[in-house]
Design a binder for this molecule. Structure first.
Ligand code: ARG
Length: 262
């Protein structure tokens, strides 16, 4: 019967016999989000999350990670519908999401920052009053933009894009005045479009907010986590142990340095 068949495959998977597919871990992720998950020109999927997945699920837990492209807006429903087992998508841990998923321990610190065209007049947050900002749908950048809109008594237009790449195309084509998004991803797009874009600078206050705080204006401090269905405690605990191990054995730092130090 079906149950017996599944049990046999499960046992084969546990013992590490190839071919059953049981040791593959399906990961939902919204791509591109460089430098966390993006494709090289030849199509190879690379990024900080991709390497952390290989270290955690591959090296530590003996599984084969497989990334599944999923729109960020709706990625939590897709997880809970069973489309894949975990989310690794530079996803910020927050209370709203924690009502629907469980998170691993934090594995990266991020900040919402503001990008404008190089020749923009915007030098402070206040200068964004009346502006149009681009964000990726369903992200904490979108939430930060909504909060700014409230702070401005509604005097801010927000354009939501399915992909962060679309938001950057929009700013490069002068369709939005600014983008609110995670700092290291913004840094990546700024460096890929030399001379076209810049951060809105900070006042130094960010340095108080945490280690590696960027010198730019920051609207939030956030931590990324791997997301699990709420009934997946054993896997989540194994992943937390694996994250601790790769922090201790130097693997985390190696991966970090590959994407963020040079
Ligand atoms: N950290 C932000 C959030 O959790 C943005 C994540 C977007 N990730 C992606 N792969 N597109 O909302």
């Amino acid at each position: 019967g079906t149950a017996a068949g599944a049990a046999t495959l499960g046992l084969a998977g546990c013992l590490g016999f190839g071919g059953s597919g049981e040791d593959t871990i399906q990961i939902g992720s919204d791509i591109p989000y460089p430098p966390f998950e993006y494709r090289e020109t030849d199509g190879t999927l690379v990024g900080f999350d991709v390497d952390i997945a290989e270290a955690v699920f591959g090296e530590q837990l003996g599984m084969t990670p497989e990334f599944n492209q999923t729109a960020f807006d709706g990625i939590i429903s897709a997880l809970n519908n069973g489309n894949f087992r975990v989310i690794m998508s530079a996803m910020t841990i927050n209370d709203t999401r924690a009502e629907k998923v469980d998170f691993s321990d934090p594995y990266f610190t991020a900040y919402q920052t503001i990008v404008v065209p190089q020749d923009s007049d915007v030098t402070t947050k206040e200068d964004l009053r009346g502006a149009t900002v681009g964000v990726q749908k369903g992200t904490t950048g979108a939430t930060a933009a909504t909060e700014l809109q409230e702070e401005f008594g509604g005097d801010l237009d927000i354009k939501q894009y399915d992909l962060i790449a679309d938001a950057f195309n929009a700013i490069l084509n002068n369709q939005v005045d600014a983008i609110i998004n995670d700092n290291t991803v913004n840094a990546q797009y700024i460096s890929e479009n030399e001379g076209e874009l810049r951060f809105v600078e900070g006042d130094g206050a960010a340095a108080e907010q945490g280690k590696n705080a960027p010198p730019y204006l920051t609207l939030t401090v956030e931590e990324y986590g791997i997301a699990f269905r709420q009934d997946d405690d054993d896997l989540r605990e194994d992943v937390n142990d694996a994250l601790a191990t790769i922090r201790e054995n130097g693997t985390y730092d190696e991966i970090y340095n590959e994407y963020f130090e040079g």
